[in-house]
Design a protein around this ligand. Structure first.
Ligand code: SF4
Length: 376
């Protein structure tokens, strides 16, 4: 164990990437980085991290911010519950801990959105506590090192991985040790074709000795994403367009979008649009025109959104499911915090739609052969 730790730390100090959150011991900055890095690539996170910390340099500035501003800076990064939780957790740190971020994993885990992984990362990296972390990269490294052939999702196997990680973290520099495991998994012990020749712990690796590197960890069958169809429309009135805000809980909570709705597998989008808008906004529309389709892959769903432009008939907005609406200019619409799929639908609807839309208006709806590439 001592040799293994020493090899990992030596390798990490020599080969680690120079990342902005590794140049600080500020717990707030480290917390923000850990929240952003979940399910997200390092290269994607860096510019978001820097912008976010410029705007919210400490826990207090985030706690007093509007959630909408927070979501605005998070827009495009995905998994928006992370931003909502960070915002809620910052408020709790102010109320319960007088602005001091707690140091123990146990206390950290009482905060919204802070699970075992984030608590371990924060306690070890920012506060030098001997707490373990197990994310996908660490799990793969440990499974190979210890020759664990079972499905890593099984609770008993998860418990074993956390135990192995905890044994490693009980030594000097637990923060660096944890980051060494993560870095090794990200750069050397990769899912496919790990670079065992460059690995600092190759001599103690059971998977390598047994020639089982390619079969550990055991690959998991993932269900194909479910296909979902939806309609959305750029609804105009007197030179302004209608934006609606989703409820704060749930997928994309608190973000803005064009009004619309999911539709049935067999429904015709052009027919489904009017009833969908009537139900969700209370508005009747005319001069409907089809603009195109945006397809976006979420974790378990492939959503195909049929995008329209339409003019609102006189009448008041009465929302269903949405929690707020605004009539905004086109620039105002672009400035609202939106998820990536909603933004692509909005840009498609706005393209060529000055105050006098370039496309011919029809009473019914017409689908143009314009299809954007599937999202990441
Ligand atoms: Fe991973 Fe290869 Fe190192 Fe084993 S020797 S931990 S399989 S990179």
């Amino acid at each position: 164990m001592t040799k293994l730790r020493a090899a990992l730390l030596r390798w990490y100090r020599r080969h680690r990437r120079d990342l902005p959150w590794r140049r600080t011991r500020d717990p707030w900055a480290i917390w923000v980085s850990e929240a952003m890095l979940q399910q997200t690539r390092v290269e994607t996170v860096v510019p978001y991290y820097e912008r976010f910390l410029r705007r919210f340099p400490d826990v207090g500035t985030l706690a007093t911010a509007d959630l909408e501003d927070v979501l605005g800076l998070w827009a495009g990064l995905g998994y928006y519950s992370r931003a909502r939780n960070l915002h809620g957790a910052a408020r709790q740190v102010i109320q319960r801990y007088h602005g001091r971020i707690p140091e123990t994993a146990e206390e950290l885990r009482t905060l919204p959105g802070v699970g075992r992984y984030t608590a371990g990362a924060l306690a070890s990296i920012a506060f030098d506590r001997p707490e373990p972390v197990v994310d996908g990269n660490v799990a793969r490294v440990l499974a190979r090192l210890h020759g664990i052939r079972e499905d890593l999702a099984r609770p008993a196997v998860q418990a074993r991985l956390w135990e192995e990680a905890a044994r490693l973290a009980r030594g000097p520099d637990p923060g660096d040790l944890n980051q060494a495991l993560m870095e090794l998994g990200a750069r050397v012990c990769t899912p496919r074709t790990p670079d065992c020749a460059a690995c600092p712990v190759a001599s103690g690796c059971r998977a390598r000795r047994a020639g089982e590197v390619d079969s550990i960890p055991r690959p998991r069958a993932r269900p194909a994403p479910r296909r979902v169809r939806a309609v959305a429309a750029l609804v105009t009135r007197g030179g302004r367009v209608l934006a609606v805000r989703r409820a704060e809980s749930g997928l994309l909570g608190g973000l803005w979008e064009l009004p619309g709705s999911e539709i049935g597998a067999r429904e015709r989008p052009g027919r489904a649009l009017r009833p969908a808008l009537a139900e969700r906004t209370g508005l009747a529309v005319d001069e409907v025109e089809a603009v195109g389709v945006v397809t976006h892959l979420f974790t378990h769903r492939r959503v195909e959104t049929h995008v329209f432009r339409a003019r609102a008939a006189p009448g008041r907005v009465r929302l269903s499911d949405y929690v707020a609406h605004r009539w905004v200019s086109r620039e105002g619409l672009r400035a609202l915090p939106q998820g990536r799929a909603a933004r692509r639908a909005m840009e498609l609807a706005l393209s060529g739609s000055g105050d006098a839309p370039a496309l011919a208006r029809t009473r019914g709806s017409r689908m143009l052969a314009r299809r954007s590439a599937p999202g990441p």
